[in-house]
Design a protein. Structure first.
Length: 364
């Protein structure tokens, strides 16, 4: 096993393994981590002795809680070379995600524990995602003055009905059954069976060209049923409430749902109250992002999201959100503008303005 402390690389039979080893940071990924993962994946893609890749997190609490936005925060507050991280971090993260999506061999992410933000990026965009009873999935970016990225323009829009709008705007947290229902997970497996999965994969007599069918067979043998997805029951209310093309319409629909006294009235009231704590700018930009990105492929999604990141790191709310949630932890962000009514369409559209020579370049 090759050990760079934070990224552990190994091999078991024809299976390459990558373990994110930052449990103290819930396996959040730094730029240095991305720069170690990307060449490892490239080498495995080209190595005929590697037939599949398994990615997991160390420590038992998280697969990966996201990218290291605190470092981006600190860079954005600095100048010179450090300031360049605000562009380089997202560019290299997104190129890695594109590489994962295009990976030519089975890529199996064990999303055991917290899987958020960048953790979703390096899992949902791959071929297989195995959830466990400890999985906790979310895209909570609107709470830190950002927007759901890492390919979320695509994968949120692939959720049933308007569930993707709900998850992207509200940052709701999902367990395994809901992750499977939304397509974020491909399989469910009890956490105690993960080692059996790894052993079974290591013991496969791999057939070049037939690897995906062989992985399908192993997963089918060991996968279980996580039970009914709670989101399925509330989906009619989600579809009604998040059908609008403006945040104001969504809030009005949630209010109507809450006051109707229906079975989902409590959910509607709680969701509406939660939305009102998010960055108003993030809410408006996120809804526009999801509407604009319907039908986008991964490359289109990442290109759009990179453009958005570069406008967000030049604005106020990202820094204020990270301060309130991750730095001072007072959970009391002061958004600017503070109200939806203060944000006009031109302000929203400015976040989508082209970057000229600064656009994200993805290899064909």
């Amino acid at each position: 096993m090759s050990d760079t402390c934070e990224i552990l690389l190994g091999r078991a039979g024809g299976v390459a393994t990558l373990t994110i080893n930052r449990p103290q940071a819930l396996n959040a990924l730094t730029l240095a981590n991305y720069r170690h993962i990307a060449p490892a994946l490239a080498a495995w893609a080209a190595d005929p002795a590697v037939h599949a890749v398994v990615v997991r997190g160390a420590g038992g609490r998280a697969f990966c809680a996201g990218g290291d936005v605190r470092a981006v925060y600190e860079a954005g507050r600095g100048t010179g070379a450090a300031h360049e991280l605000t562009s380089v971090f997202f560019a290299e993260e997104y190129r890695l995600i594109c590489g994962i999506h295009r990976f030519p061999k089975p890529y199996i992410a064990i999303i055991d524990g917290i899987t958020m933000g960048g953790g979703a990026g390096i899992s949902v965009n791959g071929a297989y995602r195995v959830a466990t009873e400890r999985t906790l999935f979310a895209m909570p970016e609107t709470a830190i003055g950002l927007f759901p990225d890492v390919g979320a323009t695509r994968f949120l829009n692939r959720c049933p009905g308007r569930i993707g709008h709900y998850l992207g705007l509200a940052g709701a947290r999902l367990q395994a059954a809901d992750a499977l229902y939304c397509g974020f997970a491909t399989h469910f497996m009890a956490q105690e069976r993960i080692e059996a999965l790894l052993a079974a994969l290591a013991g496969v007599a791999w057939k070049t060209g037939g690897e995906f069918a062989q992985v399908d067979a192993v997963l089918a043998e060991l996968a279980g049923d996580p039970g009914t997805a709670p989101l399925a029951a509330v989906r009619p209310a989600i579809d009604r409430s998040f059908a609008g093309d403006t945040i104001e319409a969504v809030l009005d629909a949630l209010a109507a749902e809450a006051y109707a006294g229906a079975a989902d009235a409590g959910w509607a009231a709680q969701t509406r109250a939660g939305l009102l704590t998010k960055s108003p700018t993030s809410l408006k930009v996120t809804l526009r992002q999801l509407i604009l990105g319907r039908g986008f492929d991964v490359e289109q999604a990442l290109a759009l999201e990179y453009r958005l990141t570069q406008h967000f790191v030049m604005a106020h709310d990202f820094y204020e959100g990270v301060r309130a949630v991750l730095i001072d932890k007072d959970q009391n962000p002061h958004w600017q503008p503070a109200a939806l009514a203060e944000i006009d369409d031109a302000t929203v559209e400015a976040y989508f303005a082209p970057l000229g020579d600064g656009e994200l370049r993805l290899d064909p």
